[in-house]
Design a protein around this ligand. Structure first.
Ligand SMILES: *Cc1c(COP(=O)(O)O)cnc(C)c1O
Length: 397
């Protein structure tokens, strides 16, 4: 009998009841805007910022409208100007080069290795060409952060971390997002906390946070923040920092606060599922499992594997056969951007030189979400299906 998986790859868990109740309270109050508070109630957004800063061990935190907004805000806050070049990953999602383009800057792509992390040799070779690196921890794969920081320190490069897939992850014990000048997070539905849309950014740099708060649209109400620097720091930047509104509202913050308290448990649950799929895929001929570093505590909210040097048609055949059995695999190698799987050379507003070694890897990447609505039995079934179909197609090559 041929096994078929009937689960849904886009089905996340419901919002915790506590979050639903908090959201109802905000709606009943009518006070959804973050600065629309009464008396000494700081409001849900200010509290979320305070709790997020504490959870990440950062001095300051700011909640904003989306992860993409956090990235663009971070670029402005560290002083990126139109025409500047910004180093970034060739393997990432469209909002990353998009954030760079949104401030009039130009992405300069750095290659990807077979471990699906930024190619540090390529980074070192390009380090003299920009002052800022927007580092995307794409699909939760953390590079050797110690070496990356050394390369960037030697070249005077400021690092902004895109932690859309690493909220709760660690390198060598350090939480992802705390190594760079700024760490940016998304709370969009497919990430590690779900408010539909939303973003957060953290920093230990007072000036940078003062600028970020002003940029986000604080209407000079920055003294209402609980995770921001003192008034004197704002005095120094407030006349020179434009208002580019992108605030978070109390409704989303209310939904997120209980999720933040559960983040550690959720990360462990993701990893339990990830390990089941990984184990099931190991030693499949023709398929390369991505080995994870000992220094990395990742969050397995999605899994990738490689079909290295396979013909395009055979990869598409694997995708087709798995889909027929209910398993949705996304391919980063397609010539045309489909869904979220675009490549550096599909972003035509950003000029790029060909990167053959990265192209070989990108062409081989198959990607799959692992929502927490899947049981570990579901994960074992999914792995059996992929294994069978990869093996069948491989034998016909
Ligand atoms: C989702 C995502 C973002 C941006 O988040 P939005 O909240 O959708 O704007 C940035 N980088 C990566 C890698 C992402 O997956």
């Amino acid at each position: 009998m041929t096994e078929v998986f009937t689960g849904n790859f886009t089905q996340q868990e419901p919002i915790p009841e506590e979050g639903i109740e908090a959201a109802l309270r905000v709606m009943r109050s009518g006070r959804l805007h973050r600065y629309n508070t009464v008396g000494d109630d700081p409001g849900e957004v200010a509290l979320l910022e305070q709790e997020f800063a504490a959870a990440m061990g950062a001095r300051y935190a700011l909640a904003v409208a989306s992860g993409g907004y956090a990235l663009a805000c971070a670029l402005r806050a560290v002083g990126v100007k139109p025409g500047d070049r910004v180093l970034t990953n060739a393997f990432t999602l469209a909002p990353v080069p998009g954030a760079i383009a949104s401030v009039g800057a130009v992405p300069l792509f750095v290659g990807v290795t077979e471990a699906l992390v930024i190619d540090l040799d390529d980074l070192a070779a390009k380090a003299d060409q920009a002052d800022v690196l927007m580092l995307s921890h794409m699909r939760g794969h953390l590079c050797d952060m110690d070496r990356l920081l050394q390369i960037c320190a030697d070249a005077g490069i400021q690092v902004i971390e895109d932690c859309a897939h690493t909220m709760g992850a660690r390198w060598n014990g350090r939480l992802s997002g705390t190594d760079g000048v700024i760490g940016c997070y998304s709370t969009q539905t497919y990430k590690h906390m779900n408010s539909g849309e939303g973003g957060l950014l953290i920093t230990d740099d007072a000036q940078v946070m003062a600028r970020a708060v002003m940029l986000s649209g604080s209407y000079m109400l920055y003294d209402r923040h609980l995770a921001a620097p003192d008034a004197a720091t704002f005095e120094a930047v407030k006349y020179d920092t434009p208002n580019v509104s992108g605030r978070m509202d109390n409704l989303r913050a209310a939904i997120l606060r209980p999720q933040l308290r559960a983040l550690g448990t959720q990360c462990d649950r993701w990893n339990e599922r990830y390990r089941v799929v990984e184990t099931g895929l190991r030693d499949t001929t023709g398929l390369t499992v991505i080995e994870r570093s000992e220094q990395e505590y990742f969050v397995g909210s999605s899994i990738q594997f490689l079909l290295l040097d396979w013909p395009d048609a055979a990869i598409q055949e694997v995708q087709r056969r798995c889909a027929a059995r209910g398993v949705e695999l996304k391919w980063f190698g397609g010539a045309e951007p489909v869904g979220f799987t675009s490549r550096y050379d599909s972003w035509r507003y950003a000029p790029s030189a060909p990167m053959p070694a990265s192209d070989r890897v990108l062409k081989a990447i198959l990607d799959m979400r692992l929502p927490l609505t899947f049981s570990t039995q579901d994960c074992a079934l999914i792995a059996r299906i992929i294994r069978a179909e990869v093996s069948a197609v491989y034998q016909s090559l």
